[in-house]
Design a protein around this ligand. Sequence first.
Ligand code: G3H
Ligand code: 13P
Ligand code: ZN
Length: 346
Amino acid sequence: MPLMTSKPMFDLAYDGGFAIGAFNVNNMELAQAIVDACAKEKSPCILQISKGARQYANIRFLRHIIDAAVEEYPDIPIAIHCDHGDTIDLIKTCISDGYTSVMIDGSHHPYEENVSLTRQTVDAAHAAGVVVEAELGMLGGIEEDVVGLDPAEYEKNVEKFLTDPQQAADFSKRTGIDSLAVAIGTSHGAYKFKHEAKLAFNRIEQIMKTCPGLPLVMHGSSSVPQEFIDLVNRYGGNMPNAKGVPEDQIAMAARKYGVCKVNIDTDLRLAMTAKIREVFFTKPAEFDPRKYLGPAREAITSMVQRKLHMLNSAGKTEAVIAHWKKLGCPLPAYYGGKKTGKKKAR
Ligand code: G3H
Ligand code: 13P
Ligand code: ZN
């Protein structure tokens, strides 16, 4: 059962020309669709639970859904990740609940507070064999809400919110993180750019120079494909001016740079919503949830398959499992140090 931390994945991805897709799980259909796509494409993946998901579905329900996915698909390397963790208490809950990876997002705090919160997280997580992602800089989307910034202002002043390469080096040295989420022009949600959609590749290059070998993470990396926006709008939706990161730019970040993890949530929501809208619109008498959630699940699977090719992680399961075995099949302490990954009784 290759449940693992993201380390064996990132070791290979860093200069292996691919990145791992980190997909947000909010319910059973999403979890099933993601792992089904990974099984079809022989791709590793990270299943992540966000703050919104925690509020919506309850962290323990989601954990059990993910446990089922891991048991059903023992040949896929899977990491279970806490997305945008905000307090040390939440991180400790995740660690004691068997997560293999956590993100502490202190990016909206003053720098020294971010360092201190991240350092505490790393101490707690590493003691339990769990890896840590942290963030520096500011993305648009949900994060500008945190600091009350207008999205248009963000785009106009994006340079000053991007991750500072020198600060990244200091941050990584002082915290001991395993990966760093960088602000390079992406933002969360379906409305990422009002003007030209462009990532700051020069900034990624600079960060790779100041932080050699540090796996980088791209949040806000949905592409918001126009054909899905068109479907949503055709079947009664209203999403004008939605715009994401072009897929060729994500593909380049994954293949040519030290980007090892790419977060995708919005595109799965779009695939799901477009299909549900289509069923409601074309079959107004339908009221069996399985008759719209089933097709929606298939649409999510296809979307994830598309992403796995974009990230070039398709076909990488065997290499990742072989590397994990070479490292001695490391697993968090929660799993009792057993190589099988069997859970301790709760
Ligand atoms: O981090 C951003 C993700 O898209 C999750 O958003 O907190 O609404 O689930 P959420
Ligand atoms: P998107 O909104 O672009 O899918 O980003 C998701 C994300 O970064 C989750 O942490
Ligand atoms: Zn995010």
